[in-house]
Design a protein around this ligand. Structure first.
Ligand code: NAD
Length: 382
């Protein structure tokens, strides 16, 4: 019987867990033995008792090191340190948000141990893999929470209020980037009653923005900003300059800006400069969700509260973790759906013919199979 191990945490500040009592119960039914480190779900409101009731065996902290070594599969939220990777047994499976583009050394350690590691970030975003798409489930939470964070830092109401003391106009929110996070931010800001304006370079999103009640900021597009796989492509500096000019006018009236603009594998586009911040109203709040890729705002500092010319700039790097219970519930379902794909006749088998499995692999059979990771290691050794 394959043992699936769920460690307590692999990253400082992380609150989420990779399996919940719900997914544990399913995996037990599917024939796995579940070993869950004591306290693994505590920060996402899942008690040890609930895991035990679901059929898991609790592993005390002192035995967690051994559990890494004996498990056939380890489910994590974030990338483990190299020590844990080196403790895994040959042929074991590791699933998690392994930050493949930033973690070449971990890739090397996992390959050396013969671990098959699957990065949730690499799961192809095709219809068949929707239930596995952790980037979407977590980005949606970040988009929702970004609006709440902005609202709590703003000295104003979001909705229009007619009071005995007179009328308060609604807040104006500018959202840049209408992917998964941006669309959820639009929906949340609209529910709170704000006027929402949105900028994106993919013309296809105009309809989605409008169906959520947002106003699309038209840009002088000479060519579509849509690249491969429905993502944005990198736009030239001249386009970005014109975009900033147009967006400046909208930002100067805005109370809140939420930026989510990303281009796969590239630094985040610089959409809000220092001068644009200085043109904003005093009391305005910017929440920059693109900080892991360098940020969309020139003044953003990861996980710091920056005050510049009366404007507050926030760049939280892990907002999903602040909604730990639901983030874990969805993430655990994503991870479980991927584990199910690996199941063949009651055992785990890495079928490299399967497009979703092959696309998600970081290491397999003693090799780093994710090209950019392998390449970056080669560059380091050259
Ligand atoms: P993302 O996080 O890569 O980017 C966020 C947004 O930033 C995108 O909408 C992008 O167009 C926008 N952007 C880039 N440069 C910009 C600029 N200069 N100005 C303004 N906006 C800019 O995107 P995402 O949220 O991961 O998803 C993007 C798209 O991928 C989705 O809308 C969808 O079409 C597709 N998708 C498909 C699936 C699936 O089929 N399973 C799942 C998720 C997403």
């Amino acid at each position: 019987m394959t043992t699936v191990f769920v460690p307590k945490k692999t990253h400082e500040g992380e609150t989420r867990v990779a399996a919940t009592p719900e997914t544990v119960q399913k995996m037990v039914k599917e024939g796995f033995e579940l070993a869950v480190e004591a306290g693994a779900g505590a920060r996402s409101s899942f008690s040890d008792a609930a895991y035990e009731k679901a059929g898991a065996r609790l592993v005390p902290a002192a035995e967690a090191g051994a559990a890494w070594g004996s498990a056939g599969a380890v489910l994590v939220v974030r990338a483990p340190d190299a020590g844990h990777a080196a403790a895994m047994s040959e042929g074991a499976v590791l699933i998690g948000l392994l930050a493949p583009y930033k973690n070449a050394e971990l890739g090397r350690a996992l390959a050396a141990r013969g671990v098959s590691s699957l990065a949730m970030e690499l799961v192809p975003r095709i219809s068949r893999a929707q239930s596995i798409d952790a980037l979407s489930s977590q980005a949606s939470i970040a988009g929702y929470k970004a609006v709440l964070v902005a609202a709590t830092h703003l000295g104003r109401y979001f909705p229009l209020l007619m009071t005995a003391a007179g009328t308060i106009p609604p807040s104006r929110v500018v959202i840049m980037g209408a992917g998964v996070a941006g669309l959820q931010a639009i929906a949340t800001a609209k529910r709170l009653g704000a006027i929402v304006e949105v900028s994106d370079v993919r013309p296809a999103v105009k309809e989605q923005i409008e169906s959520l009640g947002g106003r699309f900021i038209e840009l002088p597009m000479e060519a579509s900003g849509e690249g491969a796989g429905g993502y944005a492509k990198e736009m030239g500096e001249e386009f970005l300059r014109r975009q900033r000019e147009i967006v400046t006018q909208h930002l100067s009236h805005a109370n809140v800006a939420i930026t989510t603009a990303l281009i796969p594998g590239k630094p985040a586009p610089r959409l809000i400069t220092r001068e644009m911040v200085e043109a904003m109203r005093p009391g305005a709040v910017i929440v920059d969700l693109a900080i892991e890729q360098g940020g969309n705002c020139e003044l953003s500092r990861a996980d710091e509260e920056v005050h510049h010319d009366g404007v507050t700039i926030l760049a939280p790097s892990n907002l999903a973790a602040t909604l730990a219970e639901d983030a874990s519930t969805l993430y655990a379902r994503n991870v479980h759906a991927l584990l199910q794909l690996l199941m063949k006749e009651g055992a785990l088998a890495v079928d490299t013919e399967d497009e979703v499995i092959a696309g998600s692999l970081l290491t397999h059979g003693g090799e780093i199979v994710h090209e950019p990771t392998a390449q970056s290691l080669q560059e380091v050794t050259q």
